[in-house]
Write a protein that binds this ligand. Structure first.
Ligand code: C5P
Length: 221
């Protein structure tokens, strides 16, 4: 009998985009599909972990045995994560959290002013969203934190910056081209000592490799 790699561990994962309301019918979001986070949730559950998946608005089935919490906005995601993070041994932030939200969500649908013949366009004032990963990493009893990075250029440089800025031990960088919605990807694992590439494969295979890597790190003194 071989114990599973994450047996007895509790893992918290964020996935998908967030949706920031402008008014009841409009909002700001992004093209994250959530596939990498859902693949990781499945791989962690298969490895014996108790998994909670905090998901933004995506159309993906919940992996077997995974507890799913659906959220819309970054603030909702932040609250759902902070309520659970201290009880977990691993936190994996794959979500593409919106950096900004409209400073105020209008209760009623904004109307076009065409009838009035006014040229004045509505102005969107933005407010910054909380950095969920950075806050979890700074908890007194922080879980082992893994961040993701999607960049259009200078991948390694930005991944290294994120390690320091967010104070996390591991950043996983998506190796371009843009992988939104695709079923496969290639990843670069970046830590304080160096980097290792996981060559192009389907997201579930990559997730299983990443789980192996994380499990080894947890067992290190
Ligand atoms: O530097 P950037 O914010 O793009 O870093 C991305 C990483 O941080 C991802 O792991 C993402 O899930 C996480 N993040 C977060 N909360 C935010 C922004 C990013 O948890 N508000």
């Amino acid at each position: 009998f071989e114990p599973k790699l994450l047996q007895g561990r509790r893992v918290l994962i964020t996935a998908g985009p967030t949706y920031e309301a402008i008014d009841p019918v409009r909002g700001i979001t992004n093209r994250s599909s959530g596939k990498m986070g859902f693949a990781l949730a499945r791989a962690c559950a298969d490895a014996g972990a108790e998994v909670c998946l905090v998901a933004g608005p995506v159309h993906l089935p919940t992996p077997l045995g995974v507890q799913r919490v659906d959220v819309l906005s970054a603030q909702d995601m932040h609250a759902a994560v902070m309520a659970r993070a201290a009880d977990c041994s691993v936190f994996i932030a794959t979500a593409a959290v919106a950096d900004w939200r409209p400073a105020q969500a209008h209760e009623q649908k904004l109307k076009k002013n065409a009838e009035a013949g006014q040229a004045k366009l509505p102005q969107l004032e933005l407010a910054e969203n909380p950095d969920i990963l950075a806050q979890v990493a700074r908890l007194p009893a922080a879980p082992f934190c893994v961040g993701f990075a999607a960049e259009s250029h200078d991948l390694l440089k930005h991944a290294r910056e994120k390690l320091v800025r967010k104070q996390v031990p591991l950043i996983v960088a998506n190796i371009g081209p843009a992988t939104f919605g695709q079923d496969d990807n290639a990843l670069l694992l970046v830590d304080a000592r160096g980097q290792r590439e996981l060559s192009r494969a389907d997201k579930l295979s990559l997730a299983r490799e990443l789980v192996r890597d994380i499990a080894l790190r947890l067992d290190q003194p």
